[in-house]
Design a protein around this ligand. Structure first.
Ligand SMILES: [Zn+2]
Length: 197
């Protein structure tokens, strides 16, 4: 009887090791968090910004995965300059802060800013990384991310990147961007702005 228990114990330990090995390989579907501070979420291993304890990996919840997938689809639509697809990802009431500029509503943003901009981009490179979903409720979340954008335009070369925050709500079963704020980390090459790093 004792030996059967021992074998069962060894089996459980082995299965646990196998399953944690599996999750380590599925790093894309994981977030790193602190056991004491669950609001601390990172996409990479590291230490807690509050208590400096080592962060531990946990699987994303289905809603977190939805939000990460949303931004993969967003990046693909942006790269394809697919304004019709992007329109489905924004709330009509969306408010967009880009640096100190403000666009109020999807109509304003798409017609005076995003639409003309997408048309003018050549050799476009764009994407979000370090996408961290913070779920507030079943139908509310904010997402922080890094962004990068490179493009040739008629009069200048755009080479920028920085931080982005998105506020999203789930309307009619689909996530929509209600608000976004981006802050460029650096200016285009050759810029002499004091914000340059
Ligand atoms: Zn902590």
């Amino acid at each position: 009887m004792k030996s059967i228990r021992r074998i069962a114990f060894v089996l459980v330990v082995m299965l646990t090791a196998v399953s944690s090995g599996t999750s380590a390989r599925q790093a894309a579907a994981e977030l790193f968090t602190c056991s004491m501070h669950p609001h601390v979420l990172e996409t990479k291993a590291g230490t807690c910004s509050v208590c400096a304890m080592a962060l531990t990996a946990r699987a994303m919840t289905p809603v977190e995965k939805e939000l990460v997938d949303f931004f993969k689809a967003y990046d693909a639509a942006f790269l394809a300059k697919d304004l019709a697809r992007l329109a489905t990802m924004y709330s009509p009431e969306t408010v967009v802060y880009e640096g100190s500029g403000i666009d109020r509503g999807w109509k304003d943003y798409s017609e005076t800013h995003l639409g003309p901009e997408l048309k003018s981009f050549e050799n476009l490179e764009f994407g979000h990384s370090n996408v961290v979903p913070h779920v507030l409720a079943d139908n509310a979340a904010y997402v922080t991310a890094d962004y990068m954008i490179k493009a040739r335009m008629a009069e200048r070369v755009l080479d920028s990147g920085g931080l982005a925050t998105f506020v999203l709500s789930k309307d009619g079963g689909a996530w929509k961007i209600r608000h976004t704020a981006t802050a460029a980390r650096r200016r285009p090459a050759g810029g002499l702005s004091p914000e340059s790093r």
